[in-house]
Design a binder for this molecule. Structure first.
Ligand code: FUB
Length: 325
């Protein structure tokens, strides 16, 4: 049982939430620009976001396209590449957290605000202070605190930020430009580079603390190694079930979606299982949500574009409910 959700257009990286009784999907909006394929994702030249919504069984319900909710030209600090985004509700307002490149070619996270889940969203003039890399996931815990998980390797620039100590000083050391490429890989037996998580300020506009590394442990309680096909690459997603915190993510160059579990929002998280095997296309990216009494996996693949990796299509499939018991 699986469904292509929106055959009318290429969209990817779905972040999914239930607001009211409706399910809202916040994807990236893929497009063809002729940009050359490269290892830094230069072919992913998205410039705007849409929001989609549905009510009822995600395998059948009609999908509404609410149109463009934010365009790169509206964001003073962003030049290009509006990659993955997510939305969180707090005190009746909706906060869209998104990743884009600034005019120096550096990815940051930005925030845009709306009074409605379907937007439109008004962007802040500057990115989140101290933010870096891509793929934000905005998770609201039961106590109302919002956490932002983020990070992505290679084109997502996470490998530029290998020192949490530097981050805790509030500065971001990009390193000399010629070294950035050589920092891409660490030895296979070194601990894998982590994604990061930061609690957000009450107004959801800034990090309330220095980002902390998200550590994923293997069955022996050791951090996953850089050479492990299950180590983090991009596409952080956090959901809570039965009081436990489930951190899921893409493994990038090994093309898996993986699930880990912890007992608090910061982790560490213990690796649990592979959620999804490689799909058609290089990237795999997802969200997990409970809706209409079942658990669902929203993700994308490049099958409808005959494998063009930057022209992806949204999909949904039910998950085995036992995964989160
Ligand atoms: O959509 C651009 C990038 O591709 C995302 O940021 C990654 O997660 C991958 O899906």
């Amino acid at each position: 049982m699986t469904r292509y959700l929106f055959p009318d257009d290429y969209m990817a990286d779905p972040s999914v939430h239930v607001f009211g009784n409706r399910l809202y999907i916040y994807p990236s909006h893929d497009r063809e620009t002729g940009a050359a394929f490269d290892d830094d994702g230069g072919h992913f030249q998205m410039r705007d976001y849409h929001v989609l919504s549905l009510s009822g069984n995600p395998l059948e319900a009609p999908v509404t396209d609410h149109g463009i909710i934010l365009d790169v030209d509206q964001v003073p600090w962003a030049e290009k590449q509006m990659w993955d985004n997510d939305v969180v509700e707090k005190n009746g307002r909706y906060y869209l957290i998104f990743s884009a490149k600034d005019y120096n070619g550096v990815f940051h996270l930005g925030v845009a605000i709306s009074d409605r889940p379907e937007g439109p969203f008004i962007p802040q003039t500057h990115p989140i202070r101290g933010s870096f890399s891509i793929d934000p996931c905005a998770f609201k815990d039961d106590d109302g605190e919002v956490y932002c998980y983020f990070g992505g390797l290679w084109g997502g620039q996470l490998q530029w930020y290998q020192s949490p100590q530097k981050l805790t000083k509030g500065g971001i050391d990009l390193g000399p430009a010629p070294d950035r490429k050589t920092q891409l890989f660490c030895p296979p037996d070194a601990p894998a580079l982590p994604s990061y998580v930061a609690r957000m300020s009450d107004d959801v506009l800034q990090f309330a603390e220095a980002p902390r590394p998200v550590v994923i442990l293997d069955a022996d309680g050791e951090p996953l190694k850089a050479g492990d096909p299950h180590r983090f690459f991009e596409a952080s997603w956090m959901h809570k079930a039965g009081g436990r915190y489930y951190f899921s993510y893409s493994t990038g160059d090994s093309h898996l979606l993986c699930l880990s579990v912890g007992d608090n929002p910061y982790g560490p998280f213990r690796f649990q299982c592979e959620l999804l095997q490689p799909v058609v296309g290089w990237t795999t990216h997802h969200s997990i949500i409970q809706y209409e009494g079942r658990w669902w996996l929203f993700h994308h693949d490049s099958e409808p574009s005959n494998g063009i990796t930057h022209l992806r299509s949204l999909k949904v499939m039910p998950l085995d409910d036992k995964l989160f018991e």
